[in-house]
Design a protein. Sequence first.
Length: 401
Amino acid sequence: MKILIVDDDPFLPRLLDIQLRNLRLKDRGFTGVTSLDRARPAVELLAAAGHDIGLLFCDLVMPEIDGLEFLRHLSELGFRGGVVLLSGAGPATLKTAFSVGKAYGLNMVAYAEKPVPPDVLTHLLQAYRGDAPPSPAITAEDIRKVLALHQARILYQPIIDVAGDRPAGFEALARLPVPGGRLAPPNEFLPALEQADGVAQLDWQVLLHVASDLPAVRELVEGAFVSVNVSAALAGTTGFPDRLCELLATAGVPAAALRLEIREADLGPGADATLLANLARLAMQGIGLAIDRFGSGGLPAAALGSTPFDEVKIRIGARTGDADVAGQQEGFNAAVALAANQGLRCTAVAVESPGQWQACVRQGCTHAQGFLVSPGLPIAELGHWLADRAQRPSPAPAAGP
């Protein structure tokens, strides 16, 4: 098992290599140290079958693929080794990046500012406990128990007003406690949730949480909204608008404080009539409506102007903003332009790099969210995040010094 160092600095990797070798790596189960000066060859190495990398030291500020995007690649590759983040960008940026790695499901060991003192390096190696064990399978019965006990947890991901460069609201992200003592994101629990026929039930529980939290959220950010992704299974039920408006009234928050996101795939030809009628009623009550995953297909462009939606959410491509990648940039530009022509606000989702942020600014996106700004946070941490962000107003430099 080897250690991999990924850092474009010509000096620090050599220093780290010497420090590591002086710590009797063989006694700790490591057979050697490999260094690479770019993230792209590291991705290629880790994508190869049979690689023997067990612990990875990664810089955050690198050309081509920065550390945040590299973490996403590691997650997509299913890398189970330990990850240590190193940077001179400051503790706040390191802490945010560490949270990003955990949100991606990576085996995050620690983070440290460069250069790393020998005693800190020794502590980092002691903190490493080997590859993360495979996560236990999530079953429909696990989901039923969680829903019966109302155990869903809600994280709030900040949404930035791009023109004003200020937090405007938050998206509520559901996480479920699952076997193994961790909180699972939707991509992990959704198959079991659907098998348990619990999609609508979870959606309503999320709305209950959000209605309860909204007064506190709006004390932190004046006029803030919370956006919630709601399935057609719930939004299309008879009486849903009345139930939701009653919930908001009981919580003492205005209808405009809540925004609902509906997948574009649920809105195409043949969409349920009750769903469409409910959405119109919700809009009449002042609740904001957004088309989620806009551009993924389903809703004819000509029909966009005749819907009750006032916003589209576009998932920005992983390479959008890169000068050498035209396809994803053109698709993103076209979707933003289509929304603007219809007078809709446009929120870019999954913004992870300064290049993507700049693409949002150039194309006139009204709002943006993603790991570059912040991962989802418990409500108790929002105040700390807001105070920290006040010291660095623009999110674009968050990935670098």
